[in-house]
Design a protein around this ligand. Structure first.
Ligand code: NAI
Length: 517
């Protein structure tokens, strides 16, 4: 009997009336089905399935893309750079368990596969990577640059991060010991005092001068590397919240004026975001602070530049958004979620400051809201599970994050169901592949134009890239778009969107013909 599934990595060409391939573009028609629901005065619910047609044009030529990370010299920044240099130069390294070959395991775009369809030969499921359907950037070809408040070269920064194996660090040293992060935009008021000793690589001057320097940095990187596009990703320390003040950061105009006036509530991260938007470079906020203040979002909308936030969803929160989906999805009522992290890297050290911890704590606590709100059978009257999030700094453990979580639920006839979980992984190994995916997918989204039914104009997707919510703890959505936290729904969104670009239907999971006689 043949295998039930196989993976093909060759490009997939879709043969359908819904798609045309020209030399430059893939043009597709996608029939989107949703159901509108009305609730009558007597409480009756009526559902109306509705179809609308979206047309997509995807440029086939991939841009020459560069990645700029804010926090290049940190644990995530150096780990991403290490993987890209190692892969580009096919580095191998030894550990006590044997020889390892560079790879991008943990990355959705590089190692994930999805079901294309059923083989006409033998009925097996055929799987492919997303990049088999539409061309995507190869991260090996992506030059890396970025900023850091610490002026250590990347080889020394990798040593101090204690993430990579010593043999790999030694092999990387010749490639990265001359790479020094660009001077950073900095404000002591937005970061814990315990970070000040490393702040030796700063752009002088006030906020307007810092903004102009950041813009020059993006332009220089583009020019010197011969790039078509740059994506900027914040993977620097978690800042405190900035105050959202009318007249300061509520509109794009006020925000730009506030920068000119060196207003104390304009955070360094907002400066990076504004610089990126003004340079037409997509900006991703990998930390929980409110970088993307209303004025910043408005600027992105006005200039039609992608923004994506907030806070990478990499470890415990990712697990939470799977586990709670599973439990509530099975009709089990989660009553308590008590989760602990302990680790000893620099990010955790800075989070020992209670002001900096506040945004992180809020982000970690929000990740299941949509799942609970979706089930008023289990959770009537706004009831919510008890949710406790604790993190502790344990220096000896460095980047090795330990996560202990206990979930207690009520199941049949209110019997208790308790789950206890222990995870251990390098924090940066969880996060680095997400940064690569975000850069690769931002580049893809830059090449898409879409025409909605009733319009005669192809436009780029909405500047708030909620389609990348899979990678984010609190996905930033546009306007009234509801937030989706459940990981499977988020993954399906990316998968089905890529399928739509080549006129394939969304995955229904029905496998109907084999279920019928
Ligand atoms: P890290 O502390 O090792 O690196 C952060 C780097 O940012 C440091 O090198 C620091 O010098 C630099 N930095 C601080 N302020 C800066 C500024 N204004 N401009 C430029 N550089 C600046 O931290 P790590 O572990 O790399 O994490 C980075 C960020 O990613 C943190 O905010 C963390 O909360 C976030 N994150 C990480 C996750 C993970 O590692 N699994 C998951 C979710 C979010």
């Amino acid at each position: 009997k043949s295998a039930r599934a196989r993976t093909l990595v060759a490009p997939v060409i879709v043969s359908s009336d819904n798609v045309q391939y020209s030399e430059d573009e893939i043009i597709s028609k996608y029939s989107y089905t949703d159901t509108k629901v009305t609730i009558g005065e007597d409480g009756t619910v009526t559902a109306f399935p509705q179809n609308s047609v979206f047309e997509f044009k995807t440029r086939r030529r991939v841009s020459r893309l560069g990645l700029m990370m804010v926090g290049l010299g940190g644990n995530n920044g150096t780990t991403v750079a290490a993987a890209m240099y190692a892969k580009k130069h096919s580095l191998e390294w030894q550990t006590r368990t044997g020889t390892h070959v560079s790879n991008y395991k943990g990355s959705l775009t590089q190692c994930g596969t999805f079901r294309v369809g059923t083989s006409s030969e033998d009925g097996t499921d055929v799987y492919s990577p997303l990049s088999s359907l539409v061309p995507m950037v190869n991260p090996d070809d992506m030059p890396v640059s970025g900023w850091d408040i610490s002026g250590r070269n990347l080889a020394d920064a990798m040593d101090s991060a204690q993430v990579l194996e010593p043999d790999l660090r030694n092999k990387l040293r010749p490639f990265v010991d001359k790479v020094v992060p660009l001077p950073a935009a900095f404000d002591t008021d937005f970061i814990a005092d315990n970070q000040l000793p490393r702040a030796d690589n700063l752009i002088p001057g006030q906020k307007q001068e810092q903004l102009e320097q950041l813009r020059r940095d993006i332009r220089n990187f583009k020019e010197t590397q011969g790039l078509d596009e740059v994506v900027v990703i914040w993977t620097a320390n978690s800042e405190r919240y900035s105050k959202e003040i009318e007249g300061v950061n509520d509109t794009s105009e006020n925000l730009l004026k506030a920068i000119q006036g060196n207003h104390p509530e304009v955070s360094p991260s907002t400066l990076y975001a504004v610089a990126s938007i003004l340079e037409g470079a997509p900006y991703v906020n990998g930390s929980p602070q409110n970088t993307l203040v209303p004025g910043c979002v408005k600027l992105a909308e006005e200039l039609q530049v992608f923004i994506c936030g907030d806070d990478f969803k990499s470890g415990q929160t990712k697990m939470k958004s799977v586990l709670v989906d599973y439990l509530i999805g099975c009709g089990v009522k989660v009553k308590t979620m008590v989760t602990y992290n302990h680790l000893g890297n620099n990010d955790m050290y800075q989070l020992t400051d209670q002001v900096m911890w506040k945004p992180k704590s809020a982000a970690k606590s929000k990740v299941i809201e949509d799942l609970v709100e979706a089930n008023e059978v289990l959770y009537p009257n706004n009831e919510k599970p008890d949710h406790v999030v604790v993190v502790k700094y344990v220096p000896f453990l460095g980047d090795s994050k330990r996560d202990v979580s206990e979930y207690t639920s009520e199941t049949f006839l209110d019997s208790h169901y308790t789950m206890i979980m222990h995870n251990e992984c390098l924090d940066s190994a969880l996060c680095a592949p997400l940064i690569i995916d975000l850069a690769v997918l931002c580049e893809l989204f830059q090449r898409i134009r879409v025409k909605v039914q009733g319009s005669d104009e192809f436009k780029s997707m909405h500047p708030v890239l909620s389609a990348l919510g899979f990678f984010m703890k609190i996905p930033k959505t546009a306007g009234e778009e509801p937030i989706v936290n459940a990981l499977n729904r988020q993954r399906a969104c990316i998968e089905n969107l890529v399928k739509a670009l080549v006129g394939l239907p969304a995955e229904s999971h029905l496998l109907l013909p084999t279920k019928c006689q």
